[in-house]
Design a binder for this molecule. Structure first.
Ligand code: GSH
Length: 222
């Protein structure tokens, strides 16, 4: 059996599940053949379905060849190892260290941005969620983008698409949804991510799925 057959990614509602978007983009960039199952949020059986797929009770989770791999960054790392030719990390060691640093900063930080501007790829809510803390997080994100894009000359943070772009992709949609002001460099980056075929497919799928999120409930996806 081919090493890469039988990949099955479980994601949350595509409209809202920011963590799920990341490994989806990594798998798509690697041109992996994978099955993708959406577990809609806010259904009576949502928690049970997620818990059945992942002992950690979260999406995303990847099943492959009898293994269960969970956590968005761990899945991206696994995809990178399965598909080395996709160069999901920069080949240069120093660049790779930088890419891992900014990816980890995204993975473990920006709590206010995630809390106050939760991902919703189907809505436009300009001005909503612009708390001082979220805007400060947004400024730091843009500083990372500007530094990287000026060093790499784009269109992606390290030139070609890497896991770092997958990690920041949900933020690009948040800036669009909540109408965060962008300079020309950051605007071009947001547009480059939005133009990825996999990103377009994700948003089309999100628009086609039922919106099961009840208004004013505690969000499960940040
Ligand atoms: N650090 C995890 C976070 C995963 C996460 O929080 N997933 C949310 C949805 S995007 C979830 O499964 N929530 C379900 C719940 O908390 O019941 C990752 O990167 O995969």
């Amino acid at each position: 059996m081919s090493l890469t057959r039988g990949l099955h990614l479980y994601v949350g509602s595509k409209r809202y599940s920011s963590w799920s978007l990341r490994p989806y983009l990594a798998l798509a960039h690697a041109a992996a053949e994978f099955e993708c199952t959406t577990i809609l949020f806010d259904q009576p059986d949502t928690k049970a379905k997620i818990a059945k797929a992942n002992p950690a009770a979260k999406v995303p989770v990847l099943h492959h060849d009898g293994k269960v791999i969970w956590d968005s960054l761990a899945i991206c790392e696994y995809v990178n190892e399965l598909y080395p030719n996709a160069k999901l990390w920069p080949t240069d060691r120093d660049q790779r260290a930088k890419a891992r640093s900014v990816s980890s900063e995204m993975h473990s930080g920006f709590v206010a941005l995630r809390r106050d501007m939760p991902m919703d790829v189907c809505s436009k809510k300009p001005g909503t969620g612009h708390t001082a803390e979220a805007i400060a997080d947004g400024r730091r994100v843009m500083e990372i983008w500007r530094d990287q894009l000026s060093a790499s000359r784009g269109p992606f943070l390290f030139g070609t698409f890497t896991i770092a772009d997958a990690m920041f992709a949900p933020v690009t949609t948040r800036f669009t949804t909540y109408g965060v002001e962008l300079d020309a460099v950051c605007r071009a980056y947001v547009d480059a991510v939005a133009a990825l075929p996999a990103m377009k497919q994700w948003c089309a799928d999100a628009a086609a799925e039922p919106d099961t999120r009840r208004e004013n409930t505690g969000a499960v996806s940040k």
